[in-house]
Design a protein around this ligand. Sequence first.
Ligand code: ARG
Length: 475
Amino acid sequence: MRLWGGRFGDGPDARMADFTRSIEVDAELALDDIAGSIAHVRGLARAALLTDEEAEQLEIGLVSLREDVVAGAVVWDPALEDVHMNLETLLTERVGAVGGKLHTGRSRNDQVATDLRLWTRRRIGHLDEALLGLERALVDLAERDGDAVLPGTTHIQPAQPVLLAHHLLAYVEMLERDRGRLADARARLNVSPLGAGALAGAGYPLDREATAAELGFAGVTANSLDAVSDRDFVVEVLSAAALAMVHLSRLAEEITWWSNPRFGFVRVADAFSTGSSMMPNKKNPDPAELVRGRSAGVIGALAGMLTLIKGLPLAYQRDLQEDKPAFFASLRTLETSLGVMAGLMETLVIDRGRMRTAADEGYTTATALADALVRRGVPFRAAHHIVGGLVGGAEAEGIRTLAALPDEAFRAALDGSDDPTARQLAHERGLATALRASATLEGSLASADVIGGTAPARVAAALAAAKDRLGIGIE
Ligand code: ARG
């Protein structure tokens, strides 16, 4: 018998039943649904809508159902439409007629809203762990190989040398913001819709706050219409998940380029690579590519969710059932992507020599050299011009780095400047040697000595702060 079948004559058309049921998807909510039911039963007893004995019978039945769900021993009946009616039916089979009292003062509308909040809260806990796991992998790599130097780029062109640790810690910053966004969303979603009923509020004097506390909610929703139709929290969490996937996708993109032999900055471990069915030579960073690819689905899920709710009048509309498939899949995608990227980073082999050679290409120390002139009194614009001339000259002569320029080149460049301070410097003894030191990779790194800069001491401080936050290396 269908639990809502009282007013219906004909049974459902098979096409309609197949089309509308959701058990394949919402079985995922079973444990949260049972937790909500147990709290609701206790609330009904407190409101004297159940005797203590009835409440105990129901709770024992729900606990035994929970055990079976955990053991994977429950067989879902597609004819019962969704997880709520499956569980209520199974409960009634176990406890008898008293099962018919469970749904007092409750609708599937406040029930599913409660379940989904509980489920999301749990998943945010897992995601936070997974985000921390990738942060740890990045920090470990920064500690292992962080003093490697690579060419930082803008416009994908060589720009300035940076420490590998600095580069990796940039992703740690992104992941920390991802954690923060999920924590914010969690705080806002952590209120109980139970007691909102179908839309107008339950018809009994239920102590909503006590039931909410029982479920670990920080409070209750303030408006019953909003309570049953609000899915803002799904949008917020999907938005945080989409952005986290975008961060992972950016990291994945770097890995694909860096592992290309033309770069040769890194070798992805065999365990995180796949081969080609045809080309015996191939070794591909497939997990990175799939992370990048799967970010598309999560971004799409966010757009889909916003579109789903934009046309819905108050209150619950059946459209809302469609909030789950892409939401569930997206959070799974994020969690598994975080896990695979952590493994990939843990096993990544860095080729410091290749990175260093590349860092020296493209005259990446030019800015540091200009800064060295500025420190000797040359206006920045004049220094920029002088160093630009040195770069042009070096390129024409086939000299690969500014640090390799002869004394004469520095003297001539300064002498030819229309800035009087520069012209005066041209004749200072030992100047070329000092400027050459500023134009090495180490000189360039050292000069970015501000909070958040790539100077080794600043990066060491940032790394120490990250380790501290992550509890790494603390007894
Ligand atoms: N399967 C439904 C959902 O996920 C549960 C709520 C159904 N409520 C209703 N009045 N038909 O949204």
